[in-house]
Write a protein that binds this ligand. Structure first.
Ligand SMILES: C[S@@+](CC[C@H](N)C(=O)[O-])C[C@H]1O[C@@H](n2cnc3c(N)ncnc32)[C@H](O)[C@@H]1O
Length: 332
């Protein structure tokens, strides 16, 4: 098993150390979304090899490992060493190999493991409830913390770097494109004004500045939410990482292997839909995206916007896949 590197770097801007390796992590709060659906659509059997590209707290990896048995294997990746620590606890004793890596570097991971291909790939995009709850990681304004937002604490650029260094036009572009925020220009201007007084280094201060840039009454959602999402996507290059994986996903799969991707906003879902549809080596198995049942929604509000799409690598180059597939809710 590849060792997990827990030697975190200081954020160059906030100068706040991430949690030290010795600090006990709280119990996972993340509940895996669409768990039964993911397990069913991956068509798991004893002995198969599955990549979980976004291990998180290990909920999906653990359930998949139970299905592939001791003769199978789950290769579970995450950019965040603190999440891998939770995944390690959750998958103890199961055939799971944890590796700190981006799923965008899957070719290197498979080379290192001397694997030519795998039978399934899962991505459960975005961030986990644990990361959101950890104030020291700076993903959320719910609790104050350093303005960080890096999945990989050794990554070069934090949210504080973006907010304090980019010009107003570039900030507005990011907030508009990745946050789909119509007040992006006003918010960017407010940020530039505020940082002239004092650098913006904490989540609470950024949230306060952003709120001032949003005119009118607030709806049910805090007006800072879209800007925080946009900065997180930019800090971690999330859409580029997804594009990289999608461009190569068929090549990683063995014939008949499946890719299952859970996305949470339209920027991701559109990419998955179009890429699966346009890849000549893949057949789309989910005519409409699979969404959460009423039962899951009652207990896991995060599942509200989850969309699962699944595609299969043709068993041979000449014909469509012939493995039976579960029916999506839309087909029932
Ligand atoms: C929604 S959570 C996954 C939750 C997981 N399925 C579970 O059951 O606990 C998404 C995870 O993906 C990780 N992540 C985000 N981008 C990544 C990337 N490019 N490569 C690897 N992991 C990534 C995040 O650090 C986070 O832990």
């Amino acid at each position: 098993m590849v060792m997990i590197d827990l030697s975190f770097r200081f954020s160059n801007r906030t100068n706040e150390p991430a949690l030290s390796a010795e600090t006990a992590l709280p119990s996972p709060v993340h509940r895996p979304v669409l768990l039964a659906e993911v397990v069913e659509w991956l068509d798991l059997r004893e002995g198969v090899v599955i990549v979980d590209g976004t291990a998180g707290a290990g909920g999906h990896s653990g359930a998949i490992a139970d299905r592939v048995g001791a003769s199978g294997r789950v290769i579970a990746l995450d950019r965040d060493p603190e999440m891998l620590e939770l995944a390690r606890e959750a998958t103890e004793g199961k055939p799971v190999t944890l590796i700190q890596s981006s799923y965008a570097d899957l070719d290197r991971v498979l080379d290192d493991l001397e694997l030519d291909g795998v039978d399934g790939i899962l991505l459960d995009l975005g961030l986990s409830s644990d990361q959101l709850a950890w104030g020291h990681r700076g993903f959320s304004f719910a609790s104050d913390g350093p303005l960080d937002m890096r999945f990989d604490p050794k990554g070069h650029t934090s949210a504080a770097d973006l907010v304090n260094d980019l010009d107003a036009e570039e900030l507005a572009r990011i907030i508009f494109e990745y946050g789909e925020e119509r007040h992006s220009r006003r918010i960017a201007r407010r940020i530039v004004e505020a940082r002239r007084v004092e650098p913006i280094l904490t989540t609470a201060r950024l949230a306060e500045v952003v709120r001032k840039g949003v005119p009118g009454k607030w709806g049910a959602i805090d007006p800072a939410t879209r800007t925080f999402q946009a900065l997180r996507i930019e800090v971690n290059g999330e859409l580029d990482q997804l594009d990289d994986l999608l461009a190569n996903v068929a090549g990683y799969l063995n014939p008949g292997g499946r890719a299952a991707i859970v996305s949470f906003h339209s920027l991701e879902d559109r990419r998955v839909k179009h890429s699966f549809r346009d890849d000549p080596l893949l057949t789309v198995l989910t005519r409409k995206p699979v969404t959460a049942t009423a039962e899951e929604l009652a207990t896991n509000p995060r599942a509200r916007s989850a969309k699962l799409r699944v595609a299969q690598r043709c068993p041979d180059q000449n014909g469509p896949p012939n493995i039976p597939t579960p029916r999506s809710k839309a087909d029932r």
